[in-house]
Structures are given as structure tokens and as C-alpha cells.
Design a protein around this ligand. Sequence first.
Ligand code: CP
Ligand code: NVA
Length: 310
Amino acid sequence: MKNNFLNLKDIHLNDLRAILNEALRIKDLRVNCLNGKKDEDKVLSDVITALIFEKPSTRTRFSFDVGIRQLGGETITSSSVDMHLGKNENVSDTAKVLSRYVDLVMLRTFDEKILFEFCEHSAVPVINGLTDQSHPCQVLADIFTYEEKRGSISGKKVTWAGDGNNVCNSYLEAAGKFGFNFCFYGPQVCLPDRSLIESAEKCGGKVLVTENPEEAFYNADLVVTDTWVSMHEIEKKQKREVFSAFQVTSKKMSLAKKDSIFLHCLPAHRGEEVTDEVIDGPNSQVFEAAENRLHVQKAIIKWVLKILNP
Ligand code: CP
Ligand code: NVA
């Protein structure tokens, strides 16, 4: 059976831990290396990967491409505009055909049903590069970043400020897996899926939903936010108005632990979901987390290709 990296809830904690350990090991090995230098083991020397984007991307596109080159592999990057995918050809036929050309696929798409259908018909492993419902590569890189700086995330208070969106959903899945307490601070009209809250709680993660900033930020270990309007949504002025009270500000951050970490998957809309003072402030690790996408995804690739032993 092939390993796919689709959603965190489907992957055993031991495997997620093995990915994080490998990411730490390979990050250490690259200190003072130029980004173009190949890793010693070049484990992807016979592997060609398709990177397919149905939505824009800066970090996911570059971090996967650079990571694969460092591992000695090759990539073909394509936007869906240049492909027949889902328009002139059904998803399953595209998946079957690509499986005959490449050894691995990373797909960024809209509804997760497209990803699941692609994966079902793909003979090669598939990695989720973001869907309307999830962004597991980002959240695993965030957890890596937190643990690299502060140690185990288990039992910690993670406060999510803003929209109950795809990144938030993957955090909820991670809360159940890694056993952290998740506080959702956002408007009641934009809550994450209730079933995700319930399954996080069933797996032992504690979930609190609040509109009260004191309750949300008090003693937080990690504070995370994201855009109020995601790529798949139609821009709505009203939505921004509803969210304006939930901006992450220095005043709110002062309620969190002194050594708390602030993260944002980026791209950030400075002055909307977060102030410059916070994103550029001493608690922010947003650029470290962006770098960590590279190291964590290299480890994810090794795991899906079964060249990583848990
Ligand atoms: N965080 C993230 O996935 O960024 P991109 O949309 O630039 O890939
Ligand atoms: N929630 C954002 C994440 C971007 C990386 C979006 O889907 O647009």
C-alpha cells in the first residue's frame, strides 16, 4: 500500500514524529550550506515529482521545488490552467496518466474531494499542498517550529485567532494527534467544522471556543492567525468588518506567556489579521516557519516514499 500525505488525522503519531525527527536532523546538516547544494544521500536521484497548483503559491511552490532539488530529484511544476485537469479531462484519468510519467505528486487544489479522487486513482504517492479544507504541510512545519524553539507542544495552549479555515482545520486535527489545547478565538459565524472539534476532543485534545480576548490569549504558548479571506473565497467587505475585532495586536499578545510564539502561514495582510508590531516583533517566528516548510516537506517526501524508518 502506498503512503500518502493527505490529512494529519490519517497519519499515525509515530509517523508524524518520525517526520519531525528527520526534519530536525536534515535541517542541522544544512547549516552554512548554499541552498543549491545537494544533500549527501541524494535519495531522490531516480525520482521525478509533479507539483500541481490550482491556486497561487509562493512558499509551497519554492519550498517543494528547492527541497526536491536538494534531495537530488527533479520536478515538473504546472498550474491547472496549463492542464486539462478537471475541465477537459476528469480527475481520475489525469491521475492515471501522470502516474505513468512521475513517481510522486504534490497537489494544491480546491475541494478536498478532488485531492481524494486524484489520490484514489494515482499509482504514485500524493501529498496535499493545501485544499479548501486543509493545509497539513503548513501545520506540521508550525509544530516543528514551535518544538524546535520551546520543546514539546503536548499540553500547551495554542490560540487560533480569526477564521475557522483550512489551516485552522489542520490545527484541530493536530490538537488531537499531539495532545495540545486548542483555543479558537473568532466570530461565531466562522467557526471551524463542529465534527473536527468533536474528533479533536475525542482524541484527547481540549478545545475552547471564545470571542473573549482575555480568555483566548491568557497564558497562550502559541498564537496563530491567517488571512480572513482565503483563496477559494469570494472577497467580501462584510467578512473583513466582522473580523476586525479579532486582529492580533501587541495588547492581546501581552496576555500570552512572555516566551509565547506567534505564527502565520503567510501571505499576511498586515494591518488586518495582525499588526506590523506583532508580526515583526520578538515573539514572531513566521520566517523561521516558512524556512521550516522546506525541511519538514523533505522529510514528508522521504516518508511517503518509504525511505524513512519510523
Ligand atoms: N503558507 C503557504 O502555503 O504559502 P503559499 O500559498 O505561498 O504556498
Ligand atoms: N487560508 C489561506 C492559506 C494560504 C496559505 C488560503 O487558503 O488562502
